[in-house]
Design a protein around this ligand. Structure first.
Ligand code: SF4
Ligand code: SF4
Length: 320
């Protein structure tokens, strides 16, 4: 059970991307990382993406001890934004295409964002010399989306509670609790709220939950960990430390800027999360394999990709 993995601190979560709507890539990612021993997968909240992840698990031939989570965003959450190029301002310099870590920008007669591949990291917008790129929020109607996804069979719902609108956060949290009685995850960082408010918010959210039926995802800087450095992990460790010290009746997962250095850094600060989630770095190390449309029909190549992924999973689990 997912709970056992968390109790034993044996949980590694692959973040396929809360905004990653590329079903083919998600199927490949789940296949590769499932073969590599990863046991928890974070997905965009779309039924076709849950289906793709399930196909990945099937392909890997693993029927037990693999768990699926979908991420639900809120207004202000960067994970649910998509880049949009204003063609009137674009001078076709190509910088955005070069910098995009997810190959989401294509050049035809003009530069265009492939919406299903955009994970909302914002790197293109920050680097566009003409400020021609806007990040637009893609809010979903929970009432419409959640029942269909829950029907598919998932193990966890992750709620991105990064917003200063307390009322909106609590209303949506109550709705999610009404719809789903499995494990829930609260994802939030220190960017908007101070430490005191952050703890108060999580305490309030946990007050309607039974002990240890919730994961607190202590986020650092979202989508920043693609280089294997200590620096990008610092914020996630600080957030996890805050919750660990608060001794709340919930599991703690570190995410956002995470990589192979995260557990080492956390341990040296006496922070011991129940789970580590890795996204950008995990996807980057198998990127060249993901680019092969026929990867899943090439067992040798797939094994090589799984070996690379396993080195990450094993490093994290060994450090834990
Ligand atoms: S970086 Fe900006 S100006 Fe350059 S191609 Fe991209 S959108 Fe256009
Ligand atoms: S750089 Fe990030 S925000 Fe921009 S298109 Fe690529 S994935 Fe989307």
């Amino acid at each position: 059970m997912l709970k056992d993995l968390l109790d034993n601190k044996k949980c590694f979560k692959l973040v396929c991307g809360a905004g990653n709507e590329d079903a083919q890539e998600v199927e490949k990612l789940v296949t590769i990382y499932s073969l590599a021993g990863c046991n928890f997968f974070d997905l965009c909240a779309k039924t076709e993406i849950v289906d793709a992840a399930k196909r990945g698990l099937e392909r890997a031939g693993i029927k037990e001890d693999r768990y699926l989570c979908v991420s639900i965003g809120i207004d202000g959450d960067p994970h649910i934004t998509k880049a949009v190029i204003d063609q009137g301002k674009c001078v076709k310099c190509g910088k955005c295409k070069l910098i995009c870590p997810h190959d989401a920008i294509i050049e035809l007669d003009k530069y265009k964002v492939k919406k299903e591949r955009c994970i909302g990291c914002g790197q293109c917008a920050s680097n566009c010399p003409k400020q021609a790129i806007e990040m637009i929020s893609q809010l979903q109607d929970y009432k419409e989306v959640l029942p269909k996804i829950i029907e598919k069979g998932i193990d966890c719902i992750e709620f991105h509670a990064i917003s200063t609108d307390e009322k909106d956060v609590m209303e949506k949290w109550l709705q999610i609790n009404e719809y789903f009685d499995g494990m829930l995850c609260i994802s939030l960082d220190r960017s908007e709220l101070g430490d005191k408010k952050l703890k108060e918010r999580v305490s309030k959210m946990l007050s309607i939950r039974k002990p240890y039926t919730t994961i607190i995802q202590a986020d650092g800087i979202a989508m920043s960990g693609s280089n294997d450095e200590f620096g990008t992990t610092l914020q996630a460790v600080a957030t996890a430390q805050l919750f660990q010290n608060a001794k709340m009746p919930a599991y703690i997962m570190m995410s956002g800027g995470t990589n192979t250095k995260s557990i080492e850094l956390a341990s040296s600060c006496d922070v011991h999360p129940h789970c580590l989630a890795v996204g950008s770095y995990a996807r980057k190390i198998v990127k060249e394999y993901l680019q092969d449309d026929n990867l899943l029909d090439k067992p040798d190549k797939l094994s090589k990709a799984a070996e690379i992924a396993k080195s990450l999973v094993d490093t994290v689990m060994k450090e834990k």
